[in-house]
Design a protein. Structure first.
Length: 272
């Protein structure tokens, strides 16, 4: 994930890592600022992406954005960010924007979900090309979105559900108590029953430092966590998932990520 150095540089990085998609932050992940890309920069980016046949690209909304909040300042800010970033990322040609549904901080899940729905409704016009993804969460604190049912309730409540999809984070669902290690098919069946597998648009591909159902969100590098390499390789090779874009959010720098991608490709037999 990167934003520093510009978007053309980030795309070049992807090529050098032998990856074919990327996730960027739509703005400063821990603040509110963003860079406006020059025409030249945007053109360079578009050229690299088409020359290298990138798959669908994903933008990630900032962590400071809490659409579930009841606090006026927090909520007004979140509404502004989601509205602006849907428009900005759509204009940039990003296929998807993912966000953390939010934390209700005491007002309860139901009220939190109402706030999220209202926030999305003031942001999505129905005219955009971009799909807005709800991320599956670990359920730490008062986080909303640790169950498929909560994500379903958000999607069902919005005016333009056709613009909403799901991003499954392997670390988060494991920490939330979905057993992707011993019963991947069962979890996918449940996803299909509650949400519909056609809504699954992206995978955040991470191992988990924290144990199953711990409701703690700590990413580990692939194979170095509690999910483990075998289970993660089964996920990336699963017939229902393997055509989806996978995005690493593991705690590594660019050099580490390049190696990690190569290791994964070797394990799934793309490199012998
Ligand atoms: Fe996320
Ligand atoms: Fe994630
Ligand atoms: Zn996480």
């Amino acid at each position: 994930m990167s934003i520093a150095g510009g978007i053309a540089k980030a795309a070049e990085n992807v090529v050098s890592m032998k990856a074919n998609t990327m996730q960027i932050f739509s703005r400063n992940p821990r603040g509110s600022g963003y860079k406006t890309y020059s025409r030249q920069e945007t053109d360079a980016f578009l050229k690299i992406r088409s020359a290298n046949q990138f798959g669908p690209l994903l933008a990630h909304a900032p962590y400071t954005m809490n659409l579930a909040s009841e606090k006026e300042e927090v909520y007004t800010f979140a509404c502004m960010v989601i509205r602006e970033d849907i428009a900005r990322m759509d204009a940039l040609g990003m296929e998807m924007l993912v966000f953390h549904p939010g934390s209700h901080t005491g007002i309860g899940t139901e009220k939190g979900i109402e706030n999220i729905i209202a926030g999305l409704n003031q942001a999505i016009t129905g005219q955009e090309q971009i799909t807005v993804l709800l991320e599956t969460m670990s359920g730490k604190g008062t986080e909303i979105g640790a169950s498929f049912e909560e994500l379903k309730a958000i999607r069902d409540g919005v005016k333009h559900p056709e613009r909403i999809g799901i991003c499954l984070d392997t670390c988060h669902v494991f920490a939330a108590g979905y057993d992707i290690v011993h019963d991947l098919d069962g979890v996918l069946e449940e996803f299909d029953r509650v949400l519909g597998l056609e809504l699954l648009r992206a995978i955040h591909f991470n191992d988990s430092m924290m144990p199953f159902a711990s409701h703690k969100d700590r990413h580990a590098t692939i194979g170095d966590g509690m999910i483990g390499s075998d289970a993660l390789i089964r996920i990336i090779q699963h017939p229902m998932l393997k055509e989806l874009p996978f995005y690493l959010e593991t705690p590594l720098d660019d050099v580490g990520h390049k190696q990690e991608i190569q290791n994964i490709r070797e394990k799934i037999g793309e490199i012998r």
